[in-house]
Write a protein that binds this ligand. Sequence first.
Ligand code: FE
Length: 282
Amino acid sequence: MTTFTAHAPNRPTMPASRAGSADPVVSLANPRGLEAVSETRMVSDGDGVPIRRVLPSRVATFNMVDPFLLLDEYRVPPPSPNGGGGFPPHPHRGFEIVTYLLEGTEKHMDSAGHTTLLRTGGAQRITTGSGMWHAEESDTGVRGLQLWVNLAQADKRVAPSYRLAEPEELPVRAFGDAHARIIAGEGSPLSLITPATYHDVVIQGGGAAVLPVPTGWQGFVYVLSGAGVFGPDRQQLQAGQFAALGAGDSLPVVAAPGGTRFMLGAALPHREPVRWNGPYVD
Ligand code: FE
């Protein structure tokens, strides 16, 4: 296991807040570790779109990440002269989808009458509920993340709904040396029925942070670029790796000298059986 020493304080006294941070002091009573580190694999879907499938994972089982069902990092290549590529119309029901664009633009159309254009740094929430068709295509080529969050049995039949968030609408908060863009959850215009947060976190080389992750929620980290060490045992994760988080109230992170960028998701688990049937989760 590699450890990075720059700015890395000895546990358990990692500073929760630094000068200039807007974040209140976070208790480090119970820092979370990494419970299951998983490599991701390449699959393809839609119009042959290459996808790095992060979840489901054999290593990070659903019980560890409930209510998160699926996480894909997809790349729609620039289109041929015949038109845009992407995901032709298809149905879903029983969960919520958060799409976050890392590069490019993407058109969204759905059976509830929404036609929108997502831009780099923007996001959308689709509550598929009792059922919805949608299509996604790109004229530019696009790199994005799609996250599926299960609905509780009591909410499976809610009416479908949709919300677009422009990049400027997503707040950025500082936690120590980290800058977290809040895609969903507190402060974001995108809220899920299942209590959840979803952050795009950037830490410059050698920087340290303690990120709050509510007690009782289950969480994950997926590294987009660079590397860092996470948790009280300073386990290394690098680009393309995923980890389920152990129990606790916060996540200590120290970035590698080249810095790191990762997605941090956390949500209240439903602890209910899941009946998964392709695009439907009942
Ligand atoms: Fe879909």
